[in-house]
Design a protein around this ligand. Sequence first.
Ligand code: ADP
Ligand code: ZN
Length: 733
Amino acid sequence: MPEFAEVIIDLVSYGVDRPFHYRIPPGLQGTIKPGMRVTVPFGRRSYQGYVLRLLEQTSVENLKDIKSINDPEPVLTAEQIALAHWMAQRFYSRKIDALHAMVPASFRKGKRPGKIKIIEAVPGADHNNLKKAPAQKKALEIIIENRAVPKNKLGSLGVTAGAVKALEEKGLVRTVTEDQPVEENAGGGTLTKPHLLREEQKNCYKRIIEALEGNHPERILLHGITASGKTEIYLQSIAYCLEQGRTAMILVPEISLTPQMINHFEGRFPGRVAVLHSRLTTAEKNRQWQMILTGRARVVLGARSAVFAPLESPGLIIIDEEHENTYKQEETPRYHARDIAWWRARYHNGALLLGSATPALESYYRAREGDTLLLNMKERVTPTQLPPVEIVDMRQELKEKHRLIFSRLLLEQLNEVVERNEQALLFINRRGFAGFVLCRECGHVVRCPSCDVSMTLHMDRQIMCCHYCAHEASVPVTCPGCRGTKIRYFSAGTQRVEEEVKKLYPDVALIRMDRDTTASREAHSHFYRQFSERKANILIGTQMIAKGFDFPGVTLVGVIAADTTLNLPDFRSPERTFQLLTQVAGRTARGPGGGKVIVQTYRPNHHSIVCAKEHDYSGFYEAELENRRQLAYPPFSELIRFLFSGPDEEAVFNAASWFTDKILPLAGDAEVLGPAPASLYRIKEQYRVHSLLKGNMLVKLAPKIKKLIREYHGRKNPSEVRLAVDFNPQSVL
Ligand code: ADP
Ligand code: ZN
């Protein structure tokens, strides 16, 4: 029997980022299992730790004993332990960070959810022998009658704790701990039947089934235009997978985890779907988790972090809208759900299915190179065509003295929508009223005192607000720089668009959806319902309305300013812009009324915009791939970003230089860029400086880099400048 255990201390610190060995006292031998949490002495105190392995022997001397076990059952599976090892290496995180990603926060506080104490009668116990103690007699009668009573229900049945205690002492009842009975998810109500697949869908479905049949891991990219019926393929593939006796998982971006989406899955697999997203309360989350652990849930539907759900033998993992950057966790451990999903698919000999109308350049490149099976769907389910897209050159509008935020073409089309009582979406990727406030006389821009950005004007609340730190200030009447009065508002946001629409169409009902109007839990579904019931004609919004919405009544989509994303100084900006435009365009022409898209821009010749107009993914892909090739950016290289931040500008630069000097001799063929100020140089009073490592097979350098990171954190005053290490960053701003 193993007498030793390898334990990771539950402390978020680089100092303890390695396993420690402990002796298992004889009383715990045989009970302790990998994945359980234990209490161990460490230094002069006791800490919680996670048991990773049991050991027959160890060369470490003077071992201390494990003090106690904290869980009746392991909280981590063997798979999760293996995954944590890999993550710590791949994403340069501490092991404990990786473990925390897998265990829900409520488990982490030491409580295991779903366990309850039950009082049951010992077999043979007879209340007739208790004539002298009427309270106990009555209590035992009730317990026998109910077979078993949850401890917290005793009171409501009129049984006192004292009576139970006495019965327990007499050996007539006993307390057992049981899994909480899991309530089934109520389900969205209507059961849905599988659609008969169209030809294209059928071909794709067949290939996915082949992958499920073959008992080896396979990665598949389903490139299907908007409304080509990808979701139906997901549903039928999952059904097949369940028939094989396996489980399945589908990840969607947080934003598309709408009631409509949940109903799709609940309707097809009633009572067998666990839904995981960030808006759940702790109790709800625990219930979903319990459904997974007890094996009742065979399908997990969730956002990014659901990728860690301890489903037993998943045969199919689906990532819908796989290009979305919400799949990247932007805090340590900085993982990408796509990488985790592929790791898990390999572990289980399962299939990973990536779906998108606009696959990430990197995913498509892999498919072209033959690393991923590529499936295509080029037709929409309904006999509707993709909508025609018209580009409006806003420079020309200006030249012709047309200064409204709506071009003449967009106005004309809006008028028609209103006249015909149809619906329109107006998309603008900025909330608030105006992106910046500028003095026409001296050029002064109101900036956030803590961040290196201009403040956004929020007209409804009459304030200026920083979108990075939420700092608020009053709206200037005179310029703080020159006391001039020619204050002007630039870069329209959702509020400005709303105001303009109200001016133009005072009697038309409109809805505005952005982070400011959807703060409450129910707001999202409320607006969604209102618009789908056609209680409003115009929906104005940010990215929030660009994705997933399926409204047949929408005949016009207006993109107010396509340049908002395009102008960000990030190498992925063109890709983001193309994806976003394609997504919004896909929101129309879904019904019999057809549809039209109007894109307003100051850069009408940019390939992101031209290709979006033509619905030309491969054209965009080729052009953008060539740019990436020339700059040796992903997929032609891997990147690691080292971001240093702190309140003292000089200290931040010194730390970045120290680190960069040390990484240079390790880099080999890889290129080291920086240190340089990040584009967002100051956020929340923190200066930000970064270095980039660019090369291939960077995994070879991982052990050396990890060592350097540890050395960095072992320096004097390590907390003065924070270091964030990001493997294949999704943003380098
Ligand atoms: P995508 O995910 O590719 O954007 P959806 O899966 O949302 O497309 O499909 C669009 C609509 O078409 C949905 O309402 C869906 O129920 C319906 N649909 C999908 N496949 C079929 C089919 N084979 N026959 C009829 N309707 C279908
Ligand atoms: Zn700020």
